[in-house]
Design a protein around this ligand. Sequence first.
Ligand code: HEC
Length: 176
Amino acid sequence: MNKYLLLTVLLATLGACDKSGSDASSGGSAPEAAAVKAIEFVATQDGAPIKIDAALFDTPAAKDFLATGKNPYIGNDEAIVKGKKVFQMYSCVACHGGHAEGAVATGLIGPNFKYAKNATNKGMFETIWHGTNGGMGAKGIGLMDPTDPKNGVTVDETLKVIAWIRSVSTGITGNE
Ligand code: HEC
């Protein structure tokens, strides 16, 4: 009901502007209506919001992820091969094992996780990007190495590494 009322008022206002040719009373609501839809990230540590520069979502897959929370690389063979390389390059393998089955740190193949949200793409992204309080350091670019803002995994690489982890996972499709 309220929505309809608002719409009516809005249309009436727009109509009035049109006729009078004056924008003195337009209120400037247009930029808000044009705002891009984006998911909001929270830290695995405490659930507090984390801000990630939108410019870092610089590939079609990364942009898609920012808008929907879905990982377009799930099931994409090429991306999965790259994701496996990222897993090795960033030493994930040293702590989590060559097949993400677990080594000095827990396995990542589910279906159960220490942090339940890691069953979702958004949750696992947040854990890899921003780390945990329990020995998992932040790996996101600019966070991993305070002395070098260019060091760390990119958004795109993080999505690929998640796609690889899901490809070796049991009991979890990774589509969430
Ligand atoms: C120095 C060792 C180390 C490295 C390197 C490391 N991790 Fe971890 N990781 C851990 C530990 C320890 C935990 C458990 C954290 C906790 O209990 O809070 C963890 C937890 C995780 C979790 C959450 C698991 C769950 O059950 O909720 C994910 C996902 C993860 N790591 C992914 C990665 C990825 C991907 C990389 C590489 C980019 C990586 N880790 C590199 C040590 C490591």
